[in-house]
Design a protein around this ligand. Structure first.
Ligand code: ASP
Length: 358
């Protein structure tokens, strides 16, 4: 009898303790829920308009204003789409369209010139929900290459199409082909002439033609990119570019390479790169950032810093990235003097930057 009483007492005490710990756990859970916002509350969008030797002393007030106005116009287009419940992919492509249509950026209308005086455009998109992707490289008659990259993803069995074949595909899918003269801008043409002039006097010692010096003011980068997290928690990324001034031999950079210039994965983040493409391909920049998060559990900021401030410079390259993770955290990391960039969060707060420390 006494033993039974002791046993009952013991069971009561144990039950009390286990209840207490349940209460504790659920308290923690409810606190965590308070901290972690739902995707509908933390959607967001980030853009870049290229990184490079962008110095305040070389920039007129009116040009700086023009860049900021265009960045704001572009990001507001995507933000509105997200606010209305649209997809991250729609926000990314429509935002990039605005920058492709502006002569300010090295994409679409403002694409830089190849050595032969032509314009060859590259673009890619990636959907973080399905890990599906589409890309085009070396197209010369597509007004908005990002739209064609999306069509490759949605409407072909392939990931990447190039040159004439990509343009045949575009025609079959109802894209209007523009006259290559559409891409002529005096500014970019003069940059090519200056670089070629320089080339004559600064040939590589081994006789190779000097490639556009990315540190010279004539070859500052100007690729455009966008990443977004929508209200459903889906991530998307896109990048569009004219490549590098004075490129030859149908050179293709990182922008259309999935994992280098563009990457999105709902488990981690979405990334768009800009910089010296050869190094971004070798460092697999966009995927590397995602992989550090996925396999090492790093935060987006830690991962972006590691790749942009350590890995790329160690190889000798430069540039930057914009990115957003599955919780709406943002990283805009670059190792150049500047990067045109903007971010808008779910509450509509807008930040725009060009130089370091802004
Ligand atoms: N990454 C681009 C390329 O190498 C250039 C840029 O970002 O401006 O083609």
């Amino acid at each position: 009898m006494k033993n039974l009483k002791t046993l009952t007492l013991l069971i009561s005490i144990l039950t009390l303790f286990s209840c207490k710990s349940e209460v504790k756990d659920s308290e923690i859970d409810s606190k965590n829920e308070e901290v972690a916002k739902t995707p509908a509350e933390n959607f967001g969008i980030v853009i870049h308009g290229g990184a490079g030797t962008i110095l305040k002393e070389n920039m007129s007030d009116s040009l700086e204003r023009a860049y900021k106005i265009k960045l704001e116009e572009a990001i507001r287009v995507g933000h509105e789409i997200l606010k209305q419940g649209g997809t991250a992919m729609e926000a990314v492509t429509k935002t990039i369209n605005v920058m492709e249509d502006s002569p300010l950026f090295n994409a679409g209308k403002g694409a830089v010139f190849t050595h032969e005086g032509a314009n060859e455009l590259d673009a890619s998109v990636m959907d973080g929900a399905t890990l599906n992707a589409g890309a085009v490289a070396g197209v010369t008659r597509i007004k908005n290459p990002i739209d064609l990259a999306l069509a490759v993803m949605n409407d072909s069995p392939h990931v990447m199409l190039s040159g004439k074949g990509a343009e045949m595909f575009a025609q079959e899918r109802g894209f209007e082909l523009v006259d290559p003269a559409y891409f002529y801008t005096e500014n970019r043409y003069q940059s090519l002439q200056r670089i070629k002039e320089k080339e004559k006097t600064e040939l590589d010692h081994d006789g190779k033609t000097a490639f556009a010096d990315p540190f010279s003011k004539d070859s500052k980068f100007g690729t455009v990119g966008c990443v977004a997290l929508d209200k459903k928690g889906n991530l998307a990324a896109g990048t569009s570019t004219g490549g590098m001034t004075n490129k030859r031999w149908n050179r293709i950079g990182d922008a259309p390479i999935i994992g280098a210039g563009t990457y999105a994965n709902n488990a981690t983040c979405a990334v768009s790169s800009t910089g010296w493409g050869e190094y971004f391909i070798r460092a697999m920049v966009a995927h590397d950032i995602s992989a550090l998060m996925e396999y090492k559990g790093w935060s987006l900021q830690q991962a972006a810093e590691e790749v942009i401030q350590k890995k790329v410079p160690a190889l000798g390259g430069d540039g930057g990235i914009i990115s957003i993770d599955k919780n709406g955290n943002v990283a805009m990391e670059f190792n150049t003097a500047g990067m045109y960039r903007a971010h808008m969060n779910a509450t509509g707060e807008l930040s725009i930057g060009i130089y370091k420390n802004e």
